[in-house]
Design a protein around this ligand. Structure first.
Ligand code: NAI
Length: 293
C-alpha cells in the first residue's frame, strides 16, 4: 500500500481516534493528553453506509432503477420489500435478491394498497426505516395539445400522488420510532422541463417540492428526506419515448452518455443511510453534469 505523506501521518497519529494498522486504538497516550477510547477491532473495516438490521420499501423495484436500488440496499445489509404493480415480476426480483427480500403488490395510486403495503412490510420485517419512492411513468411523448386529461392524470397519479400517499402513510411510523430515511426519485426533467413530456416534467418538479416541504416538517425528528434527479438512464422506461427524444436528452449531458441504474443506486444508498445525517430537503443530480442548479 502506498505510504501517506509524513505530514498526514503525524496529524493522524495525534488525533483522538488514532488507530493502529490492526484496527486497535493507540492506548499509550502521553500523560496530559486526552484518553483515547478503544474502538472494536475491525471497526475501520465496517462497510460504508451500512444498513444491517434495517428494512427498506422500494416502489417500482421489479425492474430498472428500482431493482438496482433494491440490490444495492440489499448488499448493504437491508431487508428489502420489493413493491411493484407487477407482482409476478416483483416476486422474481425478490427471489433474485435473496437476503430475506420479499415482494409486495402495490399500485402506488391506490391509497388502500399503500397502507396495506406498509403494514405488510412492517409485519414481515418488524420495522421500516427506509422508503424509496421510485415507481414512475414517462407517459405519452407528445406536445401539450395532444395530451388528453387521461394522459395527464395517469402520469401525475403514479409520479406524484403515489409518493404523496406513501410519505403520508409512512411518516407517522417513522416519527414514532424517531428515525427514517425517504428518497424520492425525481428527474432532471423536473428542473429543466423536457419538451413533449409535460406531465412527466410537471410531476418531477412537484416531487422536488414535496421533498423540500415535508423534509422541513420532520427535520428535528431523526428523519431525512431527499430526492435524486437522474438524467437519461438506460431502462425500459425509454421504450415510452421516441429515439429523437432520447437523443435530445443525451446531447444535453456533458458526459455525452446515458447513465446506468447502478449509478443512481449509489447516490440513493448514501441518502438512505444513517451516514446521511445532516442532509435533508435536497435534490441530488445524477445527470453526468447536466444539472445546473
Ligand atoms: P421502468 O419503467 O424501467 O420501471 C418502472 C417500474 O415501476 C416498473 O417495475 C413498473 O412495474 C413500476 N410501476 C409502474 N407503475 C406503477 C404503479 N402504479 N405502482 C407501482 N409500481 C409501478 O422505469 P425506470 O427507468 O427504472 O424509472 C424508475 C424511476 O426513475 C421513475 O420514477 C422515473 O421517472 C425515474 N427516472 C428515470 C430516468 C430514466 O432515464 N430511466 C431518468 C430520470 C428519472
Amino acid at each position: 500500500m502506498k505510504k501517506p505523506p509524513e505530514s498526514l501521518l503525524s496529524v493522524y497519529s495525534n488525533s483522538e481516534n488514532a488507530i493502529d494498522r490492526h484496527g486497535k486504538a493507540a492506548l499509550s497516550a502521553k500523560p496530559g493528553s486526552r484518553r483515547i477510547s478503544p474502538r472494536p477491532v475491525g471497526a475501520r473495516e465496517k462497510r460504508m453506509f451500512e444498513l444491517t438490521g434495517q428494512t427498506a420499501l422500494v416502489t417500482g423495484a421489479a425492474t430498472g432503477i428500482g431493482e438496482a436500488i433494491a440490490r444495492r440496499l440489499t448488499e448493504a445489509g437491508a431487508r428489502v420489500a420489493v413493491a411493484d404493480i407487477d407482482l409476478e415480476a416483483a416476486e422474481v426480483a425478490a427471489k433474485r435478491l435473496g437476503a430475506g427480500a420479499f415482494a409486495v403488490r402495490l399500485d402506488v395510486t391506490k391509497t388502500d394498497q399503500v397502507t396495506a403495503a406498509i403494514e405488510k412490510a412492517i409485519a414481515t420485517a418488524g420495522s421500516l426505516e427506509i422508503l424509496v419512492n421510485n415507481a414512475g411513468l414517462a407517459g405519452k411523448a407528445a406536445p401539450i395539445w395532444e395530451q388528453s386529461d387521461e394522459d395527464w392524470h395517469q402520469v401525475l397519479g403514479v409520479n406524484i400522488h403515489g409518493p404523496f400517499y406513501l410519505c403520508r402513510a409512512v411518516l407517522p411510523h417513522m416519527r414514532a420510532q424517531g428515525y427514517g430515511r425517504i428518497v424520492n426519485v425525481a428527474s432532471i426533467a423536473g428542473k429543466e422541463g423536457n419538451p413533449n413530456m409535460v406531465a412527466y416534467s410537471a410531476s418531477k418538479a412537484a416531487i422536488i417540492g414535496l421533498t423540500k416541504s415535508i423534509a422541513k416538517e420532520v427535520a428535528t425528528e431523526g428523519i431525512c428526506i431527499n430526492a435524486v434527479a437522474p438524467a437519461v438512464i438506460r431502462t425500459k422506461i425509454l421504450d415510452q419515448l421516441t429515439q429523437a427524444q432520447v437523443e435530445y436528452m443525451i446531447q444535453k449531458i456533458p458526459m455525452r452518455r446515458t447513465g446506468n441504474a447502478e449509478e443512481v443506486a449509489a447516490v440513493v444508498h448514501f441518502l438512505a443511510s444513517r451516514d446521511c445525517s445532516f442532509v435533508t430537503g435536497q435534490c441530488y443530480d445524477v445527470s453526468g453534469g447536466r444539472g445546473t442548479y
